[in-house]
Write a protein that binds this ligand. Structure first.
Ligand SMILES: [Zn+2]
Length: 633
């Protein structure tokens, strides 16, 4: 189209021509660093010291920004501690540079859509407002322009779309040339059947031969950290300083910081120097794989503007908590100060070790058992059941694990459960006891059936329960919402932790030791087969990031495993707690009153041969362990 009379040209056509012009213009020779030093104003929403961008305040950012603007580099990995200008050098300044000199479609990916909104409001909009060369490029929100929404900002020659790593649709929007991924370690590993969010976002760039992908993050958990695996497959550049004594370059390391003199030792000559001495010669990036096409950068908070003293105070504090069992502060320190992943020392219980510990019980119910409880897991085609005998300090005896097959929607399985509840078991001297409390899971697809069953048997001690995840949930508490149904909420994570601790105990007679039976020919009995132990150990406690990004323990079922054995044990434990809110004190009282001592032979029951009482020998053992306080001998 020939434009003959300027007056006749529609404003829209003008904009279009302007865009085409920008698209055809060759990229400038300028770098992101140069753009930032010339133009960037850091807004008051972003920092406590707003004003022009000075690279010398954060000298490590220069190499990172130069790598992003290098046309030969397609992918850049940025690993830093928190509050280290990571987002500015890896996301904000590149956006400003591309908007000004090399307009193109850009995607910024935040871990969640909600964080995308925050990013838009607290970072992007202020930058567009305060940095004069960007001002006016994006029609401001007040103008009611349809082009300008919170998660999408159009500017001449391109646009910025803000996506959430938790939302597949937002990642699939349309082709982009530049993808800037912030806090990539907080992105989900997989979006329900839609795949890896990072791959989804990167796939948007495939149409562009001059594409750019930047992944930035503070690292999280070893083995799960994307930024760590991406960094390991890169040039692996570390921000380093020159030793004033031997002249070798090295990265600051927490292990080499000597707290009382606040000096860092040199890994080559071992001399100690203050931070000022180390930084006399500035710093530079030292690459482990200098020829790698992916540029990867790592800098920790020993290079941040904060003082080393403050970091040491934080470290001591975090260790105090860690010693008391709360590792969250220490993990945060490792992630956000050292910019390293946290390695969880896995706690694995070998099912074979538990299988080997099976023993021949002296009677159906060994002396030491004070009370029997039952846990029932309701599956679609069966009930899984365990009866557990509890003794002093939660020492426990697996009595029987069985499955009643049948559809729990129909009556039959429940009739058979009634028959099972009516059973009694014998101590060595012939005294028989029954199940005192039973907890039946309502969590499956049979909630109404479970409620109906339990309601009619509350006087028999049968309670419906519902598991709740989370560290701070009480082991058991009556439900407020379903009080009339007798429902108890069960803190399954806490109970699982206790059970795992108990399973690890290898000293019979001490707290939480778990006994399992076999017969005299070494054959598993009462359901305690190899399969059972596989189920009992099927879950692992793993450290993961919760929705807010904080580390948290969660239980995970190993792939392809069943876990009813563990669930039944958890519910049997919950049943004990429901019966005895002050459970261990009650168990102690019961233990010293020796429930197995007086024989009361149940009439008409077809008892197994009564073995001589072992109460004395048991008690003698307890005494050796210093647990018997003399009340019962
Ligand atoms: Zn040295």
């Amino acid at each position: 189209m020939l434009i003959q009379n300027d007056m006749s040209v529609e404003p829209k056509t003008k904009t279009l021509c302007g865009r085409l012009f920008n698209l055809l213009r060759p990229p400038p020779k300028m770098t992101i660093t140069e753009w930032a030093e010339k133009n960037r104003i850091v807004s008051s929403e972003e920092t406590s010291s707003p004003g022009p961008w000075y690279s010398e305040r954060v000298p490590y950012t220069v190499g990172i920004m130069d790598a992003i603007s290098d046309i030969k580099t397609e992918k850049v990995i940025v690993v830093t501690g928190a509050q280290m200008a990571k987002t500015n050098c890896a996301i904000m300044n590149p956006i400003g540079f591309y908007m000004t000199y090399d307009p193109c479609p850009i995607m910024v990916v935040q871990p969640t859509i909600a964080m995308g909104h925050t990013f838009s409001g607290k970072r992007l909009t202020p930058m567009l407002r305060d940095t004069s060369c960007l001002r006016g490029k994006v029609a401001m929100e007040k103008s009611r322009s349809t082009e300008n929404k919170i998660l999408e900002k159009s500017f001449p020659g391109g646009y910025i779309v803000i996506a959430g790593a938790n939302s597949a649709p937002s990642l699939k929007s349309r082709p982009v040339r530049v993808v800037l991924f912030d806090e990539v370690d907080e992105a989900p590993q997989d979006l329900a059947g839609q795949g890896d969010p990072v791959e989804l976002a990167v796939a948007r760039t495939y149409a562009y031969p001059n594409r750019k992908v930047v992944l930035a993050s503070t690292p999280t958990l070893k083995g799960k950290s994307r930024i760590e695996s991406a960094y390991n497959d890169s040039s692996k550049e570390r921000w380093s300083h020159k030793c004033p004594h031997c002249g070798e370059w090295s990265q600051y390391s927490w292990q080499r910081l000597v707290f009382d003199v606040m000096k860092m030792s040199c890994p080559y000559c071992e001399t100690l120097h203050t931070r000022i001495e180390w930084e006399k010669n500035g710093g530079k990036w030292i690459a482990e794989n200098p020829d790698h096409e992916v540029r990867g950068f790592h800098v920790n908070a020993l290079d941040s503007q904060g003082s080393w003293d403050k970091l040491v105070t934080k470290w001591i504090e975090a260790n105090k908590y860690s010693k008391a069992g709360d590792h969250s502060k220490l993990i945060a320190f490792v992630n956000t100060v050292l910019a390293e992943t946290w390695e969880e020392r896995g706690e694995v219980i070998e099912s074979h070790a538990l299988e080997k510990r099976r023993e021949v019980y002296q009677a159906q119910i060994p002396d030491g058992v004070c009370v029997l409880t039952m846990g029932v897991d309701v599956q679609d085609n069966r009930l899984a059941i365990e009866v557990v005998g509890w003794g002093l300090d939660f020492e426990s005896w697996g009595i029987e694990y069985i499955e009643i097959f049948g559809d729990p929607r129909k009556g039959d399985v429940w009739i058979r459960l009634d028959e099972y509840l009516a059973k009694s078991w014998a101590y060595g001297n012939g005294k028989r006891i029954q199940i005192r409390r039973a907890a039946v899971d309502t969590g499956g697809h049979m909630t109404p059936q479970v409620y109906a069953y339990c309601k009619a048997r509350q006087s028999r001690g049968v309670y419906p329960i519902k598991g709740m995840g989370g560290d701070k949930v009480p082991l058991t508490r009556p439900s407020v919402k379903n009080k009339e149904k007798g429902l108890f909420m069960v803190g399954v994570d806490g109970i699982k932790s206790d059970i795992m601790t108990w399973l690890k105990n290898e000293i019979p007679g001490s707290e939480g030791y778990c006994h399992f039976p076999k017969d005299e020919d070494n054959i598993p009995i009462n359901g305690y087969s190899a399969d059972y132990f596989d189920m009992l150990t099927s879950e692992k406690k793993l450290l993961v990031r919760n929705k807010k990004g904080y580390p948290e323990y969660q239980w995970h079922l190993s792939a392809g495993k069943r876990n009813e054995g563990l669930d039944c044990r958890v519910y049997a434990r919950a049943a004990l707690r429901i019966m005895l809110p002050n459970d261990n004190a009650s168990l102690r009282n019961m233990h010293y009153s020796e429930p197995w001592a007086s024989a009361s032979v149940a009439r008409g029951s077809n008892q197994s041969a009564v073995t001589p009482t072992t109460a004395k020998s048991k008690r003698a053992k307890k005494n050796q362990l210093g647990r018997n306080n003399g009340l019962s001998l």
